[in-house]
Design a protein around this ligand. Sequence first.
Ligand code: PMP
Length: 285
Amino acid sequence: MSIKIYISGQYFDKEDAKISVFDHGFLYGDGVFEGMRAYSGKVFRLEEHITRLWESAKSIFLKIPGTPADVINAVNDTLKVNNLTDAYIRLIVTRGAGTLGLDADLCKEPQIIIIAAQLALYPSEFYEKGLEIVTASTTRTNAGMLSPQIKSLNYLNNIMAKIEGHLVGCVEVLLLNSKGEVAEASGDNIFIWKRNVLHTPPADAGILEGITRRVVLELAEELGMKTKEAPMTRHDIYTADECFLTGSAAELIPVVKLDGRIIGDGKPGAVMKKLLERFQQETRK
Ligand code: PMP
């Protein structure tokens, strides 16, 4: 059975799910999105994803059709229509069809698209052995250009960085900000464990404020760990006891090498494992 894709109130078979070639989402990457996961039929932290979507849209002057409750219903309905309980869900709002010019005022009908699909996870080997990553020479877009806090459809910055990783055989990369501080990975946030403190770069280091990042900070505090959101350099990662990435699709994934430096003992660490275990209880409860 073909999967059903939601486009602005209607469901289409995958083959027939189409948007206009004049949609500014396609022409200019003009739109916003969310990537979420459903566990046992329940979308994890759905309200937080919807809040971030609305904030991203507000920041780019995009009026999302309907209310947050309407979009929540549409997301849940898309899961039901597709008979999915455990899935990855992509929720997209595009500026809608306009002309070939940049004028956003001519785009009268923003489109809401929801795609619920089976999860495509990193191979289990990456979780067992940990990732080896490198720093990309492409820096993260700075907030004066376009805030990385906006989850926009324009991911070229991240894609360029990820290609650099692929060129040297790495599936993920580290992006720095324009000050040379650690920002995040191309599609995940980054944490280190050092001297009994869990560190992660702050929002103003030029990151997408991940929902998983927030949950991990909450769980760490619940577990009695000391947490710190403060600027971080690569040196801090090279000399950390543990390092891991967080994201809705990946959950928590260990990093064991950065730029050729082995992190800690070069194996996924105990703190990450403990947090991952708690995270999995949280998502599957
Ligand atoms: N940073 C970037 C650039 C991302 O695209 C994502 C999501 N894929 C994340 C961080 C993690 O965010 P979340 O935990 O909300 O999925």
